[in-house]
Ligand binder design. Structure first.
Ligand code: NZQ
Ligand code: ZN
Length: 394
Protein backbone atom coordinates (compact mmCIF):
# COMPACT_ATOMS: atom_id res chain seq x y z
CA UNK A 1 0.00 0.00 0.00
CA UNK A 2 1.32 3.45 -0.91
CA UNK A 3 1.37 6.16 1.75
CA UNK A 4 -1.57 8.51 1.54
CA UNK A 5 -3.25 11.54 3.05
CA UNK A 6 -7.03 11.60 3.14
CA UNK A 7 -8.92 14.74 4.12
CA UNK A 8 -12.71 14.54 3.71
CA UNK A 9 -14.06 17.22 6.01
CA UNK A 10 -17.50 17.67 4.43
CA UNK A 11 -20.37 17.28 6.91
CA UNK A 12 -22.90 14.97 5.30
CA UNK A 13 -26.53 15.43 6.23
CA UNK A 14 -28.39 12.58 4.57
CA UNK A 15 -32.09 11.72 4.38
CA UNK A 16 -35.62 12.97 3.85
CA UNK A 17 -36.32 16.67 4.36
CA UNK A 18 -32.69 17.44 5.27
CA UNK A 19 -32.81 20.59 3.11
CA UNK A 20 -34.78 22.18 5.96
CA UNK A 21 -31.49 22.35 7.89
CA UNK A 22 -29.75 24.53 5.30
CA UNK A 23 -29.98 27.87 7.14
CA UNK A 24 -28.70 26.32 10.34
CA UNK A 25 -25.77 24.75 8.50
CA UNK A 26 -24.79 27.91 6.63
CA UNK A 27 -24.66 29.75 9.96
CA UNK A 28 -22.63 26.95 11.54
CA UNK A 29 -19.98 27.48 8.86
CA UNK A 30 -19.91 31.25 9.27
CA UNK A 31 -22.15 32.39 6.40
CA UNK A 32 -24.14 35.62 6.70
CA UNK A 33 -24.53 36.69 3.05
CA UNK A 34 -25.36 33.68 0.90
CA UNK A 35 -24.87 33.53 -2.86
CA UNK A 36 -27.10 30.72 -4.12
CA UNK A 37 -26.08 29.11 -7.43
CA UNK A 38 -28.43 26.88 -9.45
CA UNK A 39 -28.94 25.49 -12.94
CA UNK A 40 -31.36 25.80 -15.83
CA UNK A 41 -34.59 25.65 -13.86
CA UNK A 42 -35.23 22.15 -12.46
CA UNK A 43 -35.00 23.45 -8.89
CA UNK A 44 -37.40 26.31 -9.68
CA UNK A 45 -39.93 23.89 -11.18
CA UNK A 46 -39.71 21.49 -8.24
CA UNK A 47 -40.16 24.31 -5.71
CA UNK A 48 -36.86 23.44 -4.00
CA UNK A 49 -35.23 26.81 -4.65
CA UNK A 50 -38.11 28.73 -3.10
CA UNK A 51 -38.06 26.52 0.01
CA UNK A 52 -34.30 26.99 0.34
CA UNK A 53 -34.44 30.76 -0.01
CA UNK A 54 -37.26 30.98 2.55
CA UNK A 55 -35.31 28.78 4.96
CA UNK A 56 -32.19 30.93 4.65
CA UNK A 57 -34.18 34.14 5.19
CA UNK A 58 -35.96 32.66 8.19
CA UNK A 59 -32.52 32.17 9.75
CA UNK A 60 -31.82 35.87 9.25
CA UNK A 61 -29.41 35.41 6.33
CA UNK A 62 -29.07 37.77 3.35
CA UNK A 63 -29.63 35.96 0.04
CA UNK A 64 -28.82 36.56 -3.62
CA UNK A 65 -29.58 33.94 -6.29
CA UNK A 66 -27.86 33.20 -9.57
CA UNK A 67 -29.47 30.69 -11.94
CA UNK A 68 -28.48 29.52 -15.40
CA UNK A 69 -25.55 27.12 -14.94
CA UNK A 70 -25.42 24.80 -17.95
CA UNK A 71 -24.17 21.19 -17.95
CA UNK A 72 -20.41 21.13 -18.66
CA UNK A 73 -20.28 24.48 -16.84
CA UNK A 74 -18.70 27.39 -18.64
CA UNK A 75 -15.86 29.57 -17.44
CA UNK A 76 -17.59 32.72 -18.76
CA UNK A 77 -20.66 32.09 -16.66
CA UNK A 78 -18.52 31.38 -13.58
CA UNK A 79 -16.62 34.64 -14.09
CA UNK A 80 -19.91 36.55 -14.31
CA UNK A 81 -21.14 34.83 -11.13
CA UNK A 82 -17.91 35.73 -9.30
CA UNK A 83 -18.44 39.38 -10.21
CA UNK A 84 -22.02 39.35 -8.95
CA UNK A 85 -21.10 37.51 -5.75
CA UNK A 86 -18.38 40.07 -4.98
CA UNK A 87 -20.81 42.94 -5.67
CA UNK A 88 -23.24 41.32 -3.24
CA UNK A 89 -20.45 41.01 -0.68
CA UNK A 90 -21.11 37.28 -0.34
CA UNK A 91 -19.29 35.33 2.35
CA UNK A 92 -20.86 31.94 1.58
CA UNK A 93 -21.73 30.16 -1.68
CA UNK A 94 -24.53 27.61 -1.75
CA UNK A 95 -24.91 25.20 -4.66
CA UNK A 96 -28.40 23.79 -5.28
CA UNK A 97 -28.05 21.23 -8.06
CA UNK A 98 -25.75 18.63 -9.62
CA UNK A 99 -22.05 18.60 -10.46
CA UNK A 100 -22.17 21.53 -12.87
CA UNK A 101 -23.79 23.80 -10.31
CA UNK A 102 -21.48 22.63 -7.52
CA UNK A 103 -18.36 23.15 -9.63
CA UNK A 104 -19.53 26.65 -10.58
CA UNK A 105 -20.16 27.39 -6.90
CA UNK A 106 -16.63 26.19 -6.09
CA UNK A 107 -15.30 28.57 -8.75
CA UNK A 108 -17.32 31.40 -7.20
CA UNK A 109 -15.97 30.61 -3.75
CA UNK A 110 -12.38 30.82 -5.04
CA UNK A 111 -13.21 34.04 -6.89
CA UNK A 112 -14.69 35.66 -3.77
CA UNK A 113 -11.52 34.87 -1.81
CA UNK A 114 -9.20 36.06 -4.59
CA UNK A 115 -10.98 39.05 -6.15
CA UNK A 116 -7.91 40.28 -8.04
CA UNK A 117 -7.13 37.01 -9.83
CA UNK A 118 -8.95 35.67 -12.91
CA UNK A 119 -10.26 32.24 -11.83
CA UNK A 120 -8.99 30.49 -14.99
CA UNK A 121 -5.47 31.05 -13.66
CA UNK A 122 -6.25 28.42 -11.00
CA UNK A 123 -7.57 25.95 -13.58
CA UNK A 124 -4.72 26.56 -16.04
CA UNK A 125 -2.31 26.19 -13.09
CA UNK A 126 -0.62 29.50 -13.82
CA UNK A 127 -1.38 30.70 -10.26
CA UNK A 128 -1.64 28.30 -7.29
CA UNK A 129 -4.84 28.49 -5.27
CA UNK A 130 -3.92 29.30 -1.66
CA UNK A 131 -7.24 30.34 -0.12
CA UNK A 132 -10.96 30.11 -0.67
CA UNK A 133 -14.30 30.91 0.98
CA UNK A 134 -16.90 28.38 2.21
CA UNK A 135 -19.26 26.40 -0.02
CA UNK A 136 -22.28 24.32 0.94
CA UNK A 137 -24.26 21.93 -1.26
CA UNK A 138 -27.83 20.75 -1.63
CA UNK A 139 -27.45 17.84 -4.03
CA UNK A 140 -30.16 17.11 -6.62
CA UNK A 141 -28.31 14.59 -8.81
CA UNK A 142 -26.13 11.68 -7.74
CA UNK A 143 -23.29 11.52 -10.27
CA UNK A 144 -20.19 13.71 -10.16
CA UNK A 145 -19.46 13.31 -6.45
CA UNK A 146 -18.52 16.98 -6.34
CA UNK A 147 -20.46 17.35 -3.07
CA UNK A 148 -17.48 15.85 -1.23
CA UNK A 149 -14.71 15.72 -3.85
CA UNK A 150 -11.56 17.81 -4.09
CA UNK A 151 -12.24 18.57 -7.73
CA UNK A 152 -14.06 21.14 -9.88
CA UNK A 153 -14.31 21.01 -13.67
CA UNK A 154 -14.84 24.01 -15.96
CA UNK A 155 -15.03 24.37 -19.74
CA UNK A 156 -13.25 27.26 -21.41
CA UNK A 157 -15.32 27.54 -24.59
CA UNK A 158 -12.94 30.07 -26.17
CA UNK A 159 -10.21 27.44 -26.45
CA UNK A 160 -12.51 24.36 -26.25
CA UNK A 161 -10.80 22.96 -23.19
CA UNK A 162 -12.49 21.20 -20.30
CA UNK A 163 -10.23 21.09 -17.31
CA UNK A 164 -10.36 19.95 -13.69
CA UNK A 165 -8.80 21.62 -10.67
CA UNK A 166 -7.89 19.22 -7.85
CA UNK A 167 -7.28 20.77 -4.41
CA UNK A 168 -8.59 20.30 -0.88
CA UNK A 169 -9.87 23.88 -1.14
CA UNK A 170 -12.61 22.34 -3.29
CA UNK A 171 -14.08 20.29 -0.42
CA UNK A 172 -17.48 21.72 0.58
CA UNK A 173 -18.29 22.48 4.23
CA UNK A 174 -21.50 20.47 4.12
CA UNK A 175 -23.54 18.38 1.71
CA UNK A 176 -27.28 18.01 2.18
CA UNK A 177 -28.31 14.77 0.48
CA UNK A 178 -32.01 13.98 0.30
CA UNK A 179 -32.61 11.15 -2.22
CA UNK A 180 -36.18 12.39 -2.73
CA UNK A 181 -34.74 15.50 -4.42
CA UNK A 182 -33.54 13.25 -7.25
CA UNK A 183 -37.03 11.85 -8.02
CA UNK A 184 -37.58 14.46 -10.77
CA UNK A 185 -34.51 13.38 -12.75
CA UNK A 186 -35.02 12.32 -16.37
CA UNK A 187 -34.01 8.71 -17.06
CA UNK A 188 -31.06 9.89 -19.17
CA UNK A 189 -29.55 11.79 -16.23
CA UNK A 190 -30.05 8.81 -13.91
CA UNK A 191 -28.11 6.71 -16.45
CA UNK A 192 -25.35 9.30 -16.80
CA UNK A 193 -25.07 9.42 -13.02
CA UNK A 194 -24.76 5.65 -12.61
CA UNK A 195 -22.01 5.52 -15.24
CA UNK A 196 -20.11 8.41 -13.67
CA UNK A 197 -20.29 6.87 -10.19
CA UNK A 198 -19.01 3.54 -11.52
CA UNK A 199 -16.27 5.29 -13.46
CA UNK A 200 -14.99 7.20 -10.42
CA UNK A 201 -14.29 3.83 -8.85
CA UNK A 202 -13.16 2.03 -12.05
CA UNK A 203 -10.70 4.84 -12.84
CA UNK A 204 -9.10 4.17 -9.47
CA UNK A 205 -9.52 0.38 -9.46
CA UNK A 206 -7.50 -0.24 -12.62
CA UNK A 207 -4.11 0.41 -11.09
CA UNK A 208 -0.75 -1.31 -11.11
CA UNK A 209 -0.43 -0.89 -7.33
CA UNK A 210 -0.60 -4.27 -5.59
CA UNK A 211 -1.79 -5.33 -2.17
CA UNK A 212 -4.62 -2.94 -1.36
CA UNK A 213 -7.01 -5.53 0.00
CA UNK A 214 -9.38 -3.26 1.92
CA UNK A 215 -9.48 -0.55 -0.76
CA UNK A 216 -10.20 -3.25 -3.37
CA UNK A 217 -13.02 -4.73 -1.28
CA UNK A 218 -14.58 -1.28 -0.79
CA UNK A 219 -14.34 -0.56 -4.53
CA UNK A 220 -15.79 -3.95 -5.53
CA UNK A 221 -18.63 -3.64 -3.00
CA UNK A 222 -19.46 -0.18 -4.25
CA UNK A 223 -19.51 -1.35 -7.87
CA UNK A 224 -21.76 -4.34 -7.06
CA UNK A 225 -24.14 -2.07 -5.13
CA UNK A 226 -24.38 0.54 -7.88
CA UNK A 227 -24.86 -2.11 -10.59
CA UNK A 228 -27.65 -3.75 -8.59
CA UNK A 229 -29.46 -0.58 -7.51
CA UNK A 230 -28.89 1.05 -10.89
CA UNK A 231 -31.13 -1.59 -12.49
CA UNK A 232 -33.98 -0.49 -10.22
CA UNK A 233 -33.26 3.25 -10.37
CA UNK A 234 -33.23 3.39 -14.17
CA UNK A 235 -36.77 1.93 -14.20
CA UNK A 236 -38.11 3.90 -11.24
CA UNK A 237 -36.43 7.10 -10.06
CA UNK A 238 -38.94 7.20 -7.16
CA UNK A 239 -37.51 4.08 -5.51
CA UNK A 240 -36.17 5.60 -2.28
CA UNK A 241 -33.93 2.68 -1.37
CA UNK A 242 -32.25 2.44 -4.78
CA UNK A 243 -31.83 6.22 -5.11
CA UNK A 244 -30.39 6.37 -1.57
CA UNK A 245 -27.76 3.72 -2.26
CA UNK A 246 -26.78 5.44 -5.49
CA UNK A 247 -26.58 8.85 -3.86
CA UNK A 248 -24.35 7.61 -1.04
CA UNK A 249 -22.20 5.64 -3.48
CA UNK A 250 -21.80 8.80 -5.58
CA UNK A 251 -20.08 10.58 -2.72
CA UNK A 252 -17.96 7.64 -1.60
CA UNK A 253 -16.91 6.89 -5.15
CA UNK A 254 -15.21 10.25 -5.63
CA UNK A 255 -14.06 11.40 -2.20
CA UNK A 256 -10.87 9.35 -2.54
CA UNK A 257 -11.92 6.30 -0.49
CA UNK A 258 -12.11 3.77 -3.33
CA UNK A 259 -8.52 4.42 -4.41
CA UNK A 260 -6.68 4.97 -1.13
CA UNK A 261 -3.14 3.66 -1.17
CA UNK A 262 -3.12 3.09 -4.93
CA UNK A 263 -2.04 5.11 -7.92
CA UNK A 264 -5.05 6.54 -9.79
CA UNK A 265 -5.54 6.13 -13.54
CA UNK A 266 -8.36 8.42 -14.75
CA UNK A 267 -7.46 8.04 -18.45
CA UNK A 268 -11.12 7.37 -19.43
CA UNK A 269 -12.12 10.64 -17.75
CA UNK A 270 -9.52 12.51 -19.79
CA UNK A 271 -10.67 10.77 -22.99
CA UNK A 272 -14.25 11.75 -22.14
CA UNK A 273 -13.45 15.39 -21.28
CA UNK A 274 -12.18 15.86 -24.83
CA UNK A 275 -15.57 14.68 -26.17
CA UNK A 276 -17.49 16.98 -23.83
CA UNK A 277 -15.29 19.97 -24.66
CA UNK A 278 -15.69 19.49 -28.41
CA UNK A 279 -19.26 18.15 -28.68
CA UNK A 280 -20.87 19.22 -25.38
CA UNK A 281 -21.91 15.64 -24.64
CA UNK A 282 -23.05 14.86 -21.05
CA UNK A 283 -20.16 13.76 -18.84
CA UNK A 284 -21.52 10.28 -18.00
CA UNK A 285 -22.27 9.59 -21.67
CA UNK A 286 -18.74 10.66 -22.65
CA UNK A 287 -17.37 8.03 -20.27
CA UNK A 288 -19.56 5.10 -21.35
CA UNK A 289 -18.74 5.98 -24.99
CA UNK A 290 -15.00 5.44 -24.45
CA UNK A 291 -14.62 2.96 -21.58
CA UNK A 292 -15.01 -0.24 -23.64
CA UNK A 293 -12.40 0.99 -26.12
CA UNK A 294 -10.02 2.02 -23.33
CA UNK A 295 -10.41 -1.35 -21.57
CA UNK A 296 -9.98 -3.33 -24.79
CA UNK A 297 -6.79 -1.41 -25.59
CA UNK A 298 -5.31 -1.45 -22.07
CA UNK A 299 -6.32 -4.75 -20.40
CA UNK A 300 -3.26 -6.69 -21.72
CA UNK A 301 -1.06 -4.55 -19.44
CA UNK A 302 -2.37 -6.49 -16.44
CA UNK A 303 -4.87 -9.17 -17.40
CA UNK A 304 -5.00 -10.40 -13.78
CA UNK A 305 -6.53 -7.13 -12.63
CA UNK A 306 -9.38 -7.59 -15.08
CA UNK A 307 -9.72 -11.23 -13.95
CA UNK A 308 -10.14 -10.01 -10.35
CA UNK A 309 -12.71 -7.44 -11.53
CA UNK A 310 -14.54 -10.20 -13.44
CA UNK A 311 -14.69 -12.45 -10.38
CA UNK A 312 -15.46 -9.92 -7.65
CA UNK A 313 -17.81 -7.63 -9.53
CA UNK A 314 -19.46 -9.83 -12.15
CA UNK A 315 -18.99 -13.35 -10.73
CA UNK A 316 -17.19 -14.49 -13.89
CA UNK A 317 -14.49 -17.14 -13.40
CA UNK A 318 -12.60 -19.58 -15.65
CA UNK A 319 -9.18 -20.98 -16.53
CA UNK A 320 -8.67 -18.88 -19.65
CA UNK A 321 -7.68 -15.51 -18.19
CA UNK A 322 -7.85 -13.66 -21.51
CA UNK A 323 -11.39 -14.91 -22.10
CA UNK A 324 -12.48 -14.00 -18.56
CA UNK A 325 -11.04 -10.48 -18.86
CA UNK A 326 -12.76 -9.94 -22.19
CA UNK A 327 -16.06 -11.24 -20.86
CA UNK A 328 -15.90 -8.78 -17.94
CA UNK A 329 -15.31 -5.89 -20.34
CA UNK A 330 -18.22 -7.04 -22.52
CA UNK A 331 -20.47 -7.40 -19.47
CA UNK A 332 -19.64 -3.87 -18.30
CA UNK A 333 -20.30 -2.41 -21.74
CA UNK A 334 -23.59 -4.36 -21.94
CA UNK A 335 -24.57 -2.94 -18.55
CA UNK A 336 -23.97 0.62 -19.80
CA UNK A 337 -26.07 -0.23 -22.83
CA UNK A 338 -28.88 -1.55 -20.62
CA UNK A 339 -29.00 1.94 -19.08
CA UNK A 340 -29.42 3.37 -22.60
CA UNK A 341 -25.99 4.94 -22.39
CA UNK A 342 -23.82 5.21 -25.52
CA UNK A 343 -20.99 2.68 -25.75
CA UNK A 344 -19.30 4.03 -28.90
CA UNK A 345 -19.23 7.25 -30.93
CA UNK A 346 -22.13 6.43 -33.28
CA UNK A 347 -24.40 5.89 -30.25
CA UNK A 348 -23.30 9.20 -28.70
CA UNK A 349 -25.53 11.44 -30.82
CA UNK A 350 -23.56 14.69 -30.44
CA UNK A 351 -20.28 12.95 -31.28
CA UNK A 352 -21.12 10.64 -34.22
CA UNK A 353 -18.72 8.80 -36.49
CA UNK A 354 -15.47 10.62 -37.18
CA UNK A 355 -13.01 10.54 -40.07
CA UNK A 356 -9.34 9.81 -39.47
CA UNK A 357 -8.27 13.47 -39.42
CA UNK A 358 -10.90 14.26 -36.84
CA UNK A 359 -9.75 11.36 -34.65
CA UNK A 360 -6.17 12.64 -34.87
CA UNK A 361 -7.30 16.14 -33.93
CA UNK A 362 -9.14 14.75 -30.91
CA UNK A 363 -6.04 12.80 -29.86
CA UNK A 364 -4.03 15.98 -30.27
CA UNK A 365 -6.47 17.90 -28.08
CA UNK A 366 -6.60 15.21 -25.39
CA UNK A 367 -2.80 14.96 -25.24
CA UNK A 368 -2.49 18.76 -25.11
CA UNK A 369 -0.76 18.81 -28.49
CA UNK A 370 1.28 15.69 -27.72
CA UNK A 371 2.78 17.20 -24.56
CA UNK A 372 1.23 14.81 -22.05
CA UNK A 373 0.29 11.19 -21.50
CA UNK A 374 -2.90 10.29 -19.65
CA UNK A 375 -3.45 7.55 -17.06
CA UNK A 376 -1.09 5.34 -15.09
CA UNK A 377 -2.44 1.80 -15.65
CA UNK A 378 -1.12 2.19 -19.15
CA UNK A 379 0.20 5.71 -19.69
CA UNK A 380 -1.37 6.69 -23.03
CA UNK A 381 0.39 9.15 -25.30
CA UNK A 382 -1.09 10.86 -28.35
CA UNK A 383 -0.74 7.72 -30.51
CA UNK A 384 -2.39 5.49 -27.85
CA UNK A 385 -5.21 8.00 -27.46
CA UNK A 386 -5.72 7.99 -31.23
CA UNK A 387 -5.86 4.17 -31.21
CA UNK A 388 -8.44 4.19 -28.40
CA UNK A 389 -10.61 6.78 -30.17
CA UNK A 390 -10.33 4.62 -33.29
CA UNK A 391 -11.68 1.62 -31.36
CA UNK A 392 -14.55 3.73 -30.02
CA UNK A 393 -15.32 5.09 -33.50
CA UNK A 394 -17.96 2.59 -34.54
O1 NZQ B 1 -29.85 22.73 -14.94
P1 NZQ B 1 -31.05 22.07 -14.36
O2 NZQ B 1 -32.33 22.61 -14.87
O3 NZQ B 1 -31.02 21.99 -12.87
O4 NZQ B 1 -31.04 20.55 -14.94
C1 NZQ B 1 -29.95 19.65 -14.70
C2 NZQ B 1 -29.07 19.44 -15.91
O5 NZQ B 1 -29.78 19.67 -17.11
C3 NZQ B 1 -30.53 18.30 -14.48
N1 NZQ B 1 -30.92 18.06 -13.09
C4 NZQ B 1 -30.12 18.09 -11.99
N2 NZQ B 1 -30.84 17.72 -10.91
C5 NZQ B 1 -32.11 17.49 -11.34
C6 NZQ B 1 -32.16 17.71 -12.72
N3 NZQ B 1 -33.29 17.56 -13.44
C7 NZQ B 1 -34.41 17.17 -12.78
N4 NZQ B 1 -34.42 16.91 -11.45
C8 NZQ B 1 -33.29 17.06 -10.69
N5 NZQ B 1 -33.33 16.76 -9.39
O6 NZQ B 1 -29.51 17.39 -14.83
C9 NZQ B 1 -28.75 17.96 -15.89
C10 NZQ B 1 -27.27 17.67 -15.67
O7 NZQ B 1 -26.80 18.33 -14.54
P2 NZQ B 1 -25.22 18.38 -14.24
O8 NZQ B 1 -25.02 19.13 -12.98
O9 NZQ B 1 -24.49 18.84 -15.45
O10 NZQ B 1 -24.88 16.82 -14.05
P3 NZQ B 1 -23.78 16.10 -13.20
O11 NZQ B 1 -24.11 16.10 -11.77
O12 NZQ B 1 -23.60 14.81 -13.87
O13 NZQ B 1 -22.48 17.00 -13.36
C11 NZQ B 1 -21.69 16.93 -14.49
C12 NZQ B 1 -20.54 17.89 -14.42
O14 NZQ B 1 -19.68 17.57 -13.31
C13 NZQ B 1 -18.35 17.37 -13.80
C14 NZQ B 1 -18.58 16.87 -15.19
O15 NZQ B 1 -17.43 16.92 -15.99
C15 NZQ B 1 -19.68 17.79 -15.67
O16 NZQ B 1 -19.14 19.03 -16.03
N6 NZQ B 1 -17.60 16.50 -12.90
C16 NZQ B 1 -17.23 17.01 -11.73
C17 NZQ B 1 -16.48 16.30 -10.83
C18 NZQ B 1 -16.07 16.87 -9.54
N7 NZQ B 1 -16.24 18.16 -9.35
O17 NZQ B 1 -15.55 16.17 -8.66
C19 NZQ B 1 -16.01 14.94 -11.12
C20 NZQ B 1 -16.65 14.31 -12.28
O18 NZQ B 1 -15.78 13.34 -12.83
C21 NZQ B 1 -17.08 15.23 -13.36
O19 NZQ B 1 -16.00 15.51 -14.25
ZN1 ZN C 1 -16.74 11.79 -13.60
Amino acid sequence: MHSFTQHTPTEIVFGKNTESKVGELVKKYGGTRVFVVYGGGSVERSGLLERVVQNLKKEGLQVETKGGVKPNPRLDFAREAVKEAIEFNADFTLAVGGGSVIDTAKAVSHGIANPNIDIWEFWSKTTPLTKTSPVGVILTLAAAGSETSDSAVLTNTEIQIKRGLGTDFNRPEFAIMNPELTYTLPKYQVGCGIVDIMMHTLDRYFTLTEGNLLTDEIAEGLLRTVIKCGKTAIKDSHDYDAMSEIMWAGSLSHNGLTGLGAEKDFAPHQLGHELSAKFDIAHGASLSAVWGAWATYCYPVKVKRFVQFADKVWGITGDDEEAVAKEAIAKTVAYFKSLDMPTCFSEAGEVGLKNDDELKQMADGCSYGGTRSIGSFKPCDKEDIYQIYKLANK
